[in-house]
Design a protein around this ligand. Structure first.
Ligand code: ADP
Length: 261
C-alpha cells in the first residue's frame, strides 16, 4: 500500500451528522453490506432515541436499495440537496437511487469521485446520531477519499475466517491506520455453519481466522456472525434480519456488535 502522506486535506463534517462509522472489507462478497445494514438497524434498535442513517458509497455495486427494500429518485430539498429515502426508520442514500437498477456504472475514476463527493456533500440528512457508511471493497480511491474528506469515528472491518479474505482485511485495517481512522474492530462473518437438521457445526471458511488477525493487529473482534440461511433470505427480500427476526440468535449477534461500537 503506497499512500502518499502529503498531509491530510481539510476534513469537513457532514452537516447534521454527529458520528460516522464506516463498514469496510478487503474483499467483496464477505458480507460487508449485510453487516452495514444490520448494524444500522441494530444501532437504532439498541437506542430508539438515536437517529441513524445509512450511506452506500459502493458505487459499482450498490446493495442498500435491495437490502433495505427501497427504490426511487430522491427528492430535492429547497436548498437543492437530495433527501434520503426512509425505511425501517433508517434514512438511506445510495448510488442505486440515482442510476437504473440494471445499468452498469461504466465510469472513469474521476466520475466515480464526483459521484462520491455528491453522496458525501449533497444529502440533507437532517440530524443524525450515527451515519453508517457501506464502503466499496478494497483500498482504492473511494475509501481513501471518504477517509480523508470527512471525520470518521471508526471503521468496522468485515471478513470471513478464510485466509484470502483475512489477507485483504489486514490491508484494509492498515489503510485506515495510515489515514488516522480508528479501527473499532473486526466482524467475523460466516464464522460457522450449523446444519439445521442434525445441528452439526461446520467451519466452512475455517475457524477463528479473524481472531488470529485481531491478535496480530492488536484489534478487537466485535463479534461473530454465523453463516445462516435466514440472514441471506432476509437480505434478499429486503427485510434485514435485525428488523424481521429481532429475537433470533443471528439478530442478537448484530445487536451485540452495535453495542460495542
Ligand atoms: P459484500 O458487501 O461484502 O459484497 P454482501 O453483504 O453483499 O457482501 O453479502 C454477500 C452475499 O452473502 C449476500 O448474498 C448475502 O445475503 C450473503 N451473506 C452475507 N452474510 C451472510 C451470513 N452471515 N449468512 C448467510 N448469508 C450471508
Amino acid at each position: 500500500t503506497q499512500i502518499m502522506s502529503r498531509g491530510l486535506p481539510k476534513q469537513k463534517p457532514i452537516e447534521g451528522v454527529k458520528q460516522v462509522i464506516v463498514v469496510a472489507s478487503g474483499k467483496g462478497g464477505v458480507g460487508k453490506s449485510t453487516t452495514a445494514v444490520n448494524l444500522a438497524l441494530a444501532l437504532a434498535a439498541n437506542d430508539s432515541s438515536k437517529a441513524i442513517g445509512l450511506l452506500d458509497v459502493d458505487v459499482y455495486g450498490p446493495s442498500i436499495p435491495k437490502m433495505m427494500n427501497l427504490k426511487g429518485n430522491p427528492e430535492l430539498s429547497q436548498s437543492n440537496l437530495m433527501r434520503p429515502l426512509l425505511n425501517y426508520g433508517i434514512a438511506c442514500m445510495s448510488m442505486g437511487f440515482l442510476v437504473e437498477e440494471t445499468a452498469p456504472v461504466v465510469w472513469r475514476g474521476l466520475m466515480v469521485m464526483s459521484a462520491v463527493e455528491k453522496l458525501l456533500r449533497q444529502v440533507d440528512w437532517g440530524q443524525l446520531d450515527y451515519l453508517v457508511v457501506d464502503m466499496p471493497p478494497g483500498t482504492g480511491d473511494v475509501q481513501l477519499s471518504v477517509s480523508q474528506n470527512i471525520p470518521i469515528s471508526g471503521a468496522v472491518i468485515v471478513s470471513t475466517p478464510q485466509d484470502i479474505a483475512l489477507m485483504d482485511a489486514h490491508k484494509g485495517a492498515e489503510m485506515f491506520r495510515k489515514v488516522h481512522v480508528p479501527v473499532l474492530g473486526l466482524v467475523q462473518n460466516m464464522s460457522v455453519f450449523q446444519c439445521p437438521k442434525c445441528k452439526h457445526k461446520t467451519h466452512i471458511f475455517g475457524a477463528d481466522g479473524a481472531r488470529r488477525l485481531a491478535r496480530t493487529l492488536d484489534l478487537d473482534v466485535l463479534g461473530d456472525i454465523p453463516l445462516h440461511l435466514d440472514i441471506r433470505e432476509a437480505s434478499d427480500t429486503g427485510q434485514p434480519i435485525v428488523f424481521s427476526q429481532p429475537g433470533s440468535d443471528e439478530a442478537k449477534a448484530y445487536l451485540r456488535i452495535a453495542a460495542e461500537v
